[in-house]
Design a protein around this ligand. Sequence first.
Ligand code: SAH
Length: 232
Amino acid sequence: MRNFAPPAALRVKRDIYERSRQNMLDTQLIPRDIGNPAVLHAMLTVPRHLFVDGALHSQAYTDYPLPIGEKQTISQPYMVAFTAESLGLTGKERVLEIGTGSGYQAAILSMLCDRVYTVERISKLADRARKTLDGLLCRNVIVRVADGTIGWPAEAPFDAIAVAAASPQVPPALIDQLKVGGRLIIPVGEEDSQKFLKITRKESGVVTEVLGGCKFVKLIGKQGWQDDKTRP
Ligand code: SAH
């Protein structure tokens, strides 16, 4: 890893899940080729159980997404680590995340870049995420309630953008808000299965790579899915 400059650390107390986090690295992340030491360190540090309901604490380090209310989920640990690794962060970037959800991925990204701007459309989730992040003294994450399919024009351009919900197409606003050399990670496809795309903005146009298959909840908004069937 080149010139990694660590941002301010989270305040993390010792907890009973330290071995579960190490086990998550050993059985879910390292065997699937997550190799960036800063990403592994962040996954080992952030107390994922605090981002889910108390009744789910004991399942927080398993290899699955988990419900966080409002019919949404916290992504599987591997997908969070894979997204973070694919963004190629060095500690200095301004990163936009679409789909704050629980705030867990934002907390991981906050340890890997200078500042995270995260957008959530459901205010109840955004409020809870803000409280969880505050509890960890996670100061370099800014949470906003808005439609993330149009990005965050006032803070653009970004070095990297991570979209944590699946879209029928790549929202053009997100490409517009990437710096030249910037990377966008986004699941694109049908409701039930998508391709995980990495799009790099170049001087002239974009380069698109398919990183694999995936299944995320829907990105709902102006430049995503139009319907609103996931709301309660
Ligand atoms: N990164 C999250 C996972 C979130 S799941 C975590 O670590 O917990 C995807 C989230 O995207 C859901 O909370 C959903 O409400 C949100 N979402 C869907 N469409 C959105 C949009 N247009 N703008 C912002 N958030 C959106």
